[in-house]
Design a protein around this ligand. Sequence first.
Ligand code: IP8
Length: 270
Amino acid sequence: MNDRQVHAVVKLGGGAITEKDAKRPTPKRDVIERLAEEVSSTGLSSVIVHGGGSYGHPPAEKYHLIDGFHSTNQVQGVVETHRSMMELNAIVTDAFFDAKFHVFPITPSSCFITDNGRVNSAFLEPIISAIKLGCTPILFGDVVFDRTLGFTILSGDQIASYLAQELGARRLVFAMDRDGIYTKDPRKEGARLIEKLSLRQLVRLAGKVEAVTKGSDVTGGMQKKLYESIPAVKKGINVYFGGVSRAGNIRSAIKGNAFRGTRIEGSRKS
Ligand code: IP8
């Protein structure tokens, strides 16, 4: 591994670390603390990215931020959403700090610019410098400035996949409130956990709305995670989707041991 390389990029889903349907921003502190302990106990270099859950999505939805600027009334929403994400980030960062991990929070709106919602440019030097120093950068889905739209919401999923590719990670691990990818909405009868997917199956599934719940995320929920995984898998990165409910499951996924969830092995060929 060269010194800008990390072993894993770990995306902590907003639904896993917050009560997503709560009326007010509500963290799942016990889950956050356990995940901090699980990630730090691997002893492997990682980058952490977390989602918005009940902190980021309600204000982003209220002010229609994902579609970009259309009214000055949205400025309040831009500020509120960013502030709320900083609040969640402080809770997550504190948990990792308490787990004796040298985490270093990095604010995505200060280093990512998008164009029509896709990363257009990223200033990665602080992230790489933190890694070289032996720190673990910790980022989050954020409201960011967009060349065409003025601003938009950049999901933690897109950031995680982008960083995994740029930093040459071996694994991209999505820690989620459900156990992995299912054949259909897991709340429906007959839904089956898919343990392994090929790149071809991933591409097919990412375009199939029925197979996955869309969820209430402004950034597209489960389907978006699949979509964001495709370029990472094509670069040879192993992408794992695992549930947080079983203690130790995410630690196992990061280490490449057996875990409950869905595996997509990196495939450089296609
Ligand atoms: O939960 C979106 O990030 P995600 C964050 O990873 C905001 O999609 C600000 C809604």
